[in-house]
Structures are given as C-alpha cells and as structure tokens.
Design a protein around this ligand. Structure first.
Ligand SMILES: Nc1nc2c(ncn2[C@@H]2O[C@H](COP(=O)(O)OP(=O)(O)OP(=O)(O)O)[C@@H](O)[C@H]2O)c(=O)[nH]1
Ligand SMILES: [Mg+2]
Length: 302
C-alpha cells in the first residue's frame, strides 16, 4: 500500500514544493502574493478557493504583523487544514438490518475499483457485504464487478447486459435480506446515451432503494477522478443535484500533479471527502485525514 507521502509525490513536487520557494527568506511584497496565487491556481485549487485562502492568509498576516514570507508557511498550512474541515469518521458498525451504500460517478472515475476496496474495508470490520451490478449499460462493467467480487469473496447480484438496473437493485435487496447481508453496495453506470438519461436513471435507482429499504440509500458516495482537476467539480455538481451526495471518494491522487483539486472539492461542493484512492490494488484506499494530507503536500526537508 503506497504511503500518503508517495501518493502525493507528484502534486508535492510539481506545485506545493514551489510554495516553499515563493515563501522564502525575503520580506512579503506584492510579488509574494502574486506568485503564491499563480502557484495555487496551477495546482487546480481553482480561483474561488484560491481567493478564499489568500484573503484569509492576508488578514492573518496583517493581524499578526508577519513580515517574512517564510513565516506564512505555517499559517498557510493551518488555513488549508481548516478549509478541509474535520475528518469524517466512517461508522463501520452495523446499525440496521440492511445498510445501503450507493456509488455514483462518471465513467472511468474508479467506482467499481473503489467498491471492491470498500468491500474489503467493511469485511474487515465484520460486515456481511453484497454487491449490485446496476451498471447494465456496459457488459464489461458487470464482468468487472463479478471478478472483483470473486477476489474479495463477496456475492454479486447482476442482470443481463442492458437489462433494467432498477430490477437488478430490487433483486439485490431481496438477495441481501435472504442471505442476511448487512451492507449492500450498489455500482451504477457512469455513462448512458445522454447525461440527462444518466441522472434520470440514478434518480430511479434511488427511488427503488427508498421503497425497498427504510431510509435507503444511507450513504451516496461520489467517486471523483483527481486527474480531471477542475472539470470534476462541474460533473460533481450534476450528481449532487440529481441524487444528493453524502461523501466523496477521490481517486487516482497517485500519479497526478492536480491534487490541489481536493481543496476546491471541499470548498465549492461543501461535501466532505471520506476516502482517497492511492493506487489500483485492493488495499489502496485510505480514510481522508485533512491534517496528514496537508502535511504530506509540503516538503519539510526544504
Ligand atoms: N492509479 C489509480 N488508479 C485507479 C484508482 N482507482 C481506480 N483506478 C483505475 O481507474 C480505472 C477505472 O476504474 P473503474 O473502477 O473501472 O472505474 P469505473 O468508474 O467503474 O468505470 P466505468 O465502469 O467505466 O464507469 C481502472 O484502471 C482502475 O484500476 C486509484 O486510486 N489510483
Ligand atoms: Mg465500473
């Protein structure tokens, strides 16, 4: 399992490492602020979030009488952690007969892989997991979930390609009750003929779940591919409007210099990040820890 430090290497080396250089030994000038802004924008933090951070930083610099640019480093880190908010502590204990977790996101974002990883985590906490392959749009998607299910020893309820995903979800709920599973994770399509169709279908699935299990879905997790940077934000807004999102799984942070998007997601969407994907293997999913995340974005050796 790659460490957080390894996962964030590209973001750190390409962008955040440079913040250390901008915040060097000289006194703070207008240029310091301009350069800081430029570096932050390049990291996909986005204009809105960059503005918010810089406004907070300037106010604190003024209030505390900070003169040296280097003295801003610690303050910036504090503001970044503050922006990310409190860590979300997932509750793995089984509190109801059947808990339902729906996973949504654009195609290729890492839904199926993340579901396999989540199954693993929940199983380690003693939960009895079952999966629904409700992405019936692509035959390969069903196969992929079944392969993952076999690897992690989790039953997968699937229909035939192009069958009604609502029926798959309905069957999966019945199967979950029959087998006394306590967690149903629903994999969904990331792409249909049109975006409108996709959102309608996700709403329909949500309704089927609501009718079949009290208060379901109990969690709706949006999978966001970090390599999509700022584009991911607009996509996310569409999902949030259609089905409501309780948390984000941010994948592929390994291998992208665009890790700054993490701050934009929290600030612009107002949805907490629950997990980050750190690689393609089953164990490569970590609970998101704001303080550790920020610490590992900066190169302390400099
Ligand atoms: N490096 C890296 N690769 C990942 C991560 N998560 C997923 N992937 C890879 O991303 C690719 C797409 O993942 P899938 O899980 O198939 O994505 P999906 O959202 O289910 O895609 P569709 O079913 O097409 O909608 C696969 O090659 C995964 O191995 C991650 O955290 N890091
Ligand atoms: Mg998939």
């Amino acid at each position: 399992m790659p460490s957080l430090r390894e996962t964030l290497a590209r973001t750190r080396n390409s962008v955040f490492g440079r913040i250390q250089t901008v915040l060097g030994q000289s006194d703070i000038t207008d240029e310091t602020w301009d350069e800081l802004e430029a570096v932050m924008l390049q990291s996909d933090i986005g204009t809105q979030t960059t503005d918010r951070l810089l406004t907070a930083l300037r106010a604190r610099a003024e209030h505390d009488g900070i003169v040296k640019a280097s003295a801003l480093r610690g303050t910036l880190k504090e503001e970044l952690v503050k922006l990310l908010g409190q860590p979300v502590q997932p509750d793995y204990t089984s509190r109801r007969l059947l808990e339902v977790l729906m996973v949504v996101g654009v195609n290729g974002s890492g839904k199926t892989t993340s579901i396999a990883k989540l199954s693993q985590i929940y199983q380690k906490h003693g939960r009895k997991v079952i999966l629904a392959a409700a992405d019936t749009f692509r035959a390969a998607a069903i196969d992929q979930l079944q392969i993952w299910g076999e690897r992690s020893g989790v039953p997968v309820i699937a229909g035939t390609p192009n069958s009604d995903p609502g029926a798959v979800v309905y069957d999966a709920v019945q199967a979950a009750f029959n087998r006394k599973s306590d967690l149903l994770i629903v994999d969904t399509a990331g792409r249909l003929h049109t975006k409108h169709n996709l959102m309608q279908e996700l709403k329909k699935l949500r309704n089927v779940l609501q009718r079949s299990v009290h208060d379901a879905p109990h969690q709706t997790l949006l999978v966001i591919d970090a390599t999509n940077g700022q584009n991911a934000i607009n996509q996310a807004k569409g999902f949030a409007e259609a089905v409501g999102i309780t948390g984000v799984i941010l994948t592929k942070l390994d291998g992208t210099p665009k890790g700054g998007v993490t701050f934009a997601i929290v600030n612009e969407l107002g949805i907490p990040i629950q997990y980050i994907g750190t690689g393609e293997k089953l164990n490569d999913l970590q609970e998101f820890d704001p303080q550790a995340f920020v610490d590992n974005l900066f190169d302390e050796k400099e």
